[in-house]
Design a protein around this ligand. Structure first.
Ligand code: COA
Length: 161
């Protein structure tokens, strides 16, 4: 069985992430969406909330499951018996950072391959932090995130306004 990881912070999951997960699920037998603890980023949503939102957003995809993870990605891949990491590449600015991570991950584990899926134009400039900013200012994020995330963001920012 070919199993892939799609890792990230998912704070929160966006339509761009969902596009990568959906396309990865067509390439392999099973996709494990690996939701990172990401302490350094101080996420808006708790780990449990981020996992729940990814579960809700991917519930229509039968070969996708969602797992939280901490520690090195290569160790988690080994634990999950995954041999491929699939990530999205948006603008050229992503390249250097992704290049570094891929090179280091390959040094840490030669069994783990990283594949990149180019983002379609409508998601090129999308990121979780932009979505959080629009939502925090009362903007409509419905076209950028799965439906379950719209309400979750409203809930986070309603009390602040
Ligand atoms: N569509 C939309 N947005 C996307 C996207 C896509 N396809 N791909 C990435 N993004 C955005 C995210 O929304 C996020 O935006 P923000 O920072 O503005 O909120 C940004 O790109 C970064 O994504 P993030 O999910 O934080 O992932 P990352 O590329 O920084 O990597 C891990 C996160 C968890 C995969 C990485 O830190 C990791 O592997 N950690 C484990 C520790 C480890 O092994 N370290 C050694 C690595 S060599």
């Amino acid at each position: 069985m070919k199993r892939a990881l799609t890792p990230g912070t998912f704070d929160p999951i966006t339509s761009g992430h969902l596009d990568v997960i959906t396309r990865a699920a067509q390439l392999v037998d099973e996709v494990v969406v690996a939701v990172a603890v990401s302490r350094k980023k101080g996420p808006l949503f708790s780990l449990e909330e981020r996992v729940d939102l990814v579960c809700a957003a991917t519930s229509h995809l039968p070969n996708v499951r969602v797992e939280p993870f901490d520690g090195l990605l290569v160790d988690f891949a080994r634990k999950m018996d995954a041999t491929v990491v699939v990530k999205g590449l948006r603008a050229i600015t992503d390249f250097e950072y992704e290049f570094q991570m891929t090179a280091l991950n390959y040094q840490l584990s030669q069994e783990l391959e990283t594949l990149f899926i180019m983002s379609p134009p409508q998601y090129m400039y999308l990121s979780s932090s932009i979505v959080r900013e629009i939502a925090s200012l009362g903007g409509d994020v419905a076209r950028f995130v799965p439906p379950c995330v719209v309400g979750a963001l409203e809930g986070k920012f309603a009390s602040a306004r």
